[in-house]
Design a binder for this molecule. Structure first.
Ligand code: SF4
Ligand code: SF4
Length: 135
């Protein structure tokens, strides 16, 4: 049987859709630590320059309708939040075809040439083989 690779189900087109909007995903404690380390700045500097803090919710600032780190791609790739790292191949896609349909309509990188069942079989294989690592 031919080897299954991520390209069988997804190839990012760099369209930028997932990085646009007036709000971003939120960052948990691990995300915050990883981002601070990745940027090589102090937490105070990162907070001032890049984060929008609302009570206990920490998100990234937005500029011109997109995440502050978006620059024709993610400029903080290794320090990005886990929710960004999971998109669009979230394990919940395996359980909810409606969610799959909604995400595949938003993200042009998802291979819509294959059936939902085939997509799930391949995604599950990649998750089980740890080809997809969720940070
Ligand atoms: S929406 Fe999909 S194809 Fe577009 S940048 Fe995001 S992950 Fe890539
Ligand atoms: S951190 Fe990177 S991947 Fe996440 S929304 Fe911002 S630019 Fe996009």
């Amino acid at each position: 049987m031919a080897e299954i690779t991520i390209k069988d189900i997804f190839t990012c087109t760099q369209c930028g859709y997932c990085c646009h909007g007036e709000t971003t995903v939120s960052l948990d404690d691990n995300d915050q630590r990883r981002m601070v380390k990745s940027l090589g700045l102090s937490e105070k500097e990162v907070k001032e320059q890049y984060w929008r803090v609302t009570g206990k919710i920490v998100q990234m600032k937005t500029v011109d309708g997109h995440c502050v780190f978006y620059d024709k791609g993610c400029s903080v790739h290794h320090g990005r939040p886990w929710r960004c790292a999971q998109w669009p191949l979230h394990p919940s896609l395996l359980l909810d075809e409606d969610n799959y349909k909604a995400i595949s309509e938003s993200c042009p990188g998802i291979n819509r040439e294959i059936s939902y069942e085939d997509f799930c079989r391949k995604l599950k294989h990649l998750i089980d083989e740890q080809t997809i690592i969720y940070c």
